[in-house]
Write a protein that binds this ligand. Sequence first.
Ligand code: TF8
Length: 337
Amino acid sequence: KLFRRSLMAALTVAALASTGAAFAQDFKPRLIRFGYGLNEQSNQGRAAKVFAEAVEKASGGKMKVRAIGAAALGPDTQMQQALIGGAQEMMVGSTATLVGITAEMALWDTPFLFNNTREADAVLDGPVGQKVLDKLQEKGLVGLVYWENGFRNLTNSKRPVGKLEDLNGIKLRVMQNNVFLESFKTLGANAVPLPFSELFSAMETNTVDGQENPYNTILSSKFYEVQKYLSVTNHVYSPWVLLVSKKWWDGLSAAEKKVLQDAARLSRDFERKDTREEAGRALADLKAKGMQINELSPAESARMRDKLTKVNASIATQVGMDLWRDTQAELAKLRGQ
Ligand code: TF8
């Protein structure tokens, strides 16, 4: 009995020693170029910093994240290609700009898909969200988690949009994505696709009259300097997605991958909380900056919603009927239907 006990102890010591050795070997010095489109003072910038710090800490300083904001590494679409080719390691950006690569991402562009952030979190972090992330792999990308960009609202320099007809003839910048293009054409706007990095100067020079983004971005990108009117439409919830180059990812050890996955989840939880707090204050801040804010009446909101259901059929075809039905089923369950 005594012999067995000491044998067990010896085995335990040996096991501990070997995990310790494996730990040291499992981290190589890594430099991670992490690009994003908004500025450092934005919710995106703050969360990028949280991610970078978590990775460095958990890897004992072996993995270094260089977070590069303000689209200095290029707009979303350019960074996506750099990740696919292996010239850049990581980024965070809009799911909407990924639709050209992974059609399933169009699911998140469905107008009025989520009624609130509880629904968004549940679907994005659940099996449907994971299924969409998994689709990225065959295109050379690994999707780790979704961050919150947020519910989108309209701004423009022409007039308050209180009803559908007010959008007529407004030159509105949209993301480079066929669903957004179709949605805003359906609403009567003159929709112009542009990368985010060109948006501010396009509004400043009146190349476009308006745009749509969450309150946080309107504030952090100082759109209030070039836009007078903000109309509360909440027409769609936009996620951001944390992406890794698959080429680079496949060369990482299990321990290195785990560090990135854990830091991704930690940054997600921080980012959503931070974004929601900021969004709660942002409307008052934007008013103080001189923006004129109007809400749509419930009747006008319903009209906009009705009109936009037209694009649902084409989204369902793009993402596949199975995924579309799974999403609707999950939402019905969340709504207690
Ligand atoms: C947009 C998006 C942006 C993102 C960002 C640059 O309007 O809402 O927030 O693309 O990653 O383009």
